[in-house]
Design a protein around this ligand. Sequence first.
Ligand SMILES: Cc1cc2nc3c(=O)[nH]c(=O)nc-3n(C[C@H](O)[C@H](O)[C@H](O)COP(=O)(O)OP(=O)(O)OC[C@H]3O[C@@H](n4cnc5c(N)ncnc54)[C@H](O)[C@@H]3O)c2cc1C
Length: 300
Amino acid sequence: MTDCIIIGSGTAGISAALTLKANGKNFIIFGSASLSEKIEKAESIRNYPGLSNATGKAFVAALKTQLSDMEIAVTEEKVIGVYAMNDKFGVATQNGNYYESKAVILACGVESVKTIEGETEFAGRGVSFCATCDGALYKEKTIAVFCTSKRLEHEIEYLAGFAKKVYLIPMYKPVEIERENIEIVRKMPVKIAGETRVNKLIFKDGELKIDGLFSLRESVSPVTLVNDLKTEGGHVCVTRKMETNLKGLFAAGDCTGRPYQYAKAVGEGNVAAHAVSEYLMGEMMLNGKAQTGDLTFRFE
Ligand SMILES: Cc1cc2nc3c(=O)[nH]c(=O)nc-3n(C[C@H](O)[C@H](O)[C@H](O)COP(=O)(O)OP(=O)(O)OC[C@H]3O[C@@H](n4cnc5c(N)ncnc54)[C@H](O)[C@@H]3O)c2cc1C
């Protein structure tokens, strides 16, 4: 079991990872090899101390060098569930792997494309966020796939391998998959509807009959990931130590609220990592496992 699992390899997650490393903790950081689409996309960064007019790509390159120098590797797996148990967390990933850790930091960012009405309501009843988990359930069925990033196209291919018909609603350009059973629909859905299960997708000017909808997004909403997590306006509620309402679960970066900025994300990632170290120390003391040397760590 690791000390901590960080979900997200943007500036918040990387900052948390660097601090946990400096604090001598063992951890896993989940995310993507290119770190964060939001960093990559920035044309020119002017408000981050030490970076004058840097491009997002240059920032990513600098972060990658720093991670490599610190011997921190990003694990490229998408987290699909975080399960709070008594004194530990279970973390499931789309690859079918399961990990355990004493603490978790949510640094999953926010999804810029807003949720479709009905997306949360029908989750598990025809709406899925995980192609590899649920794709096989839609063999020979008609599905809609709402996809926010080109990087997720391999998941669309995977789904098209099962479904009879795929209505693909891409939020990016250009689409590079071509398959007979995929039809591209370039308009924004207004509502996912159904009775006990999803049965149609409604647009301003019509509707499609579907058996299910896959919502493929770079960021999975924190409430979808963790049961009973307290949020407000779509953001995770946190204390000044980045603690959530669940013991041992911390959050940092855009997912905790505005302003959506690198400096805030980095600061919160750092605070969250220190708070995790303090939390782990508290747990060790409770269990009578702390050594005298361990007690030198202080949050301040
Ligand atoms: C085009 C653009 C330009 C910007 N320019 C600036 C700027 O100049 N200055 C500035 O201060 N801010 C800027 N921002 C805002 C800045 O990018 C964000 O505030 C910052 O990236 C937030 O960092 P984060 O770590 O919280 O989230 P993100 O950078 O969004 O990182 C989240 C990470 O979590 C991963 N993730 C999400 N869900 C999961 C999951 N379930 N499993 C595994 N990994 C997951 C994602 O893949 C991603 O790696 C810009 C944003 C955009 C889009």
